[in-house]
Design a binder for this molecule. Structure first.
Ligand SMILES: [Zn+2]
Ligand SMILES: [Zn+2]
Length: 134
C-alpha cells in the first residue's frame, strides 16, 4: 500500500509504501515552533520505501544529540513535509499531519513530555519520555 503526504499547497509530496517503522509524537519546543502545533507527530520510514515529488528547500539545524537534522519544506507554502539526519541516515521522518489521514497508525511513544501542554490527553498504552527517547 502507498500513502501520500503533501504540503499545504500540494506541490511537495512524499509517497511512502508499506507501514511506517515507528510512529511517535514530540512535545519539544523546537517541534512546537517548527510546526506551529502544540504537538508534533512523525512517522519513520526506511529511505528505500519513500519517494518525493515537487520543489523543496532545506532548513538544517543541530538536534539534541548534536548531529545535524535537515527539514525539507515547500518553498511556496512553507510546510515541513519530511526530514532526515545524520543520527539515523537510513530513515526519513514524515510529518503524520501531512498525510491528513485519521486512520494513520497511532503513535507508540511520546517524547519531551516535560514541555507538553498540560491540557493534552494521551493514551496510557504508549511509552512516555520526559525528554528524548533514549
Ligand atoms: Zn506547498
Ligand atoms: Zn521535537
Amino acid at each position: 500500500m502507498e500513502r501520500v503526504a503533501q504540503c499545504h499547497c500540494g506541490q511537495l509530496r512524499a509517497i511512502a509504501s508499506g507501514e511506517p517503522d515507528r510512529v511517535y509524537i514530540c512535545h519539544c519546543v523546537a517541534c512546537q515552533r517548527r510546526t506551529g502545533a502544540v504537538v508534533h507527530s512523525g512517522a519513520a520510514y526506511p529511505k528505500t520505501r519513500v519517494r518525493f515529488e515537487g520543489d523543496e528547500k532545506i532548513y538544517a539545524r543541530l538536534g539534541d544529540s548534536g548531529s545535524e537534522i535537515r527539514f525539507h519544506f515547500c518553498p511556496t507554502c512553507g510546510t515541513s513535509v519530511y526530514w532526515e539526519g545524520d543520527r539515523n541516515p537510513a530513515i526519513y521522518g514524515i510529518a503524520v499531519g501531512a498525510f491528513a489521514d485519521p486512520h494513520f497508525p497511532a503513535p507508540t511513544s511520546s517524547g519531551w513530555e516535560e514541555s507538553m501542554h498540560r491540557w493534552l490527553g494521551l493514551p496510557d498504552d504508549i511509552a512516555h519520555f520526559p525528554q528524548s527517547r533514549s
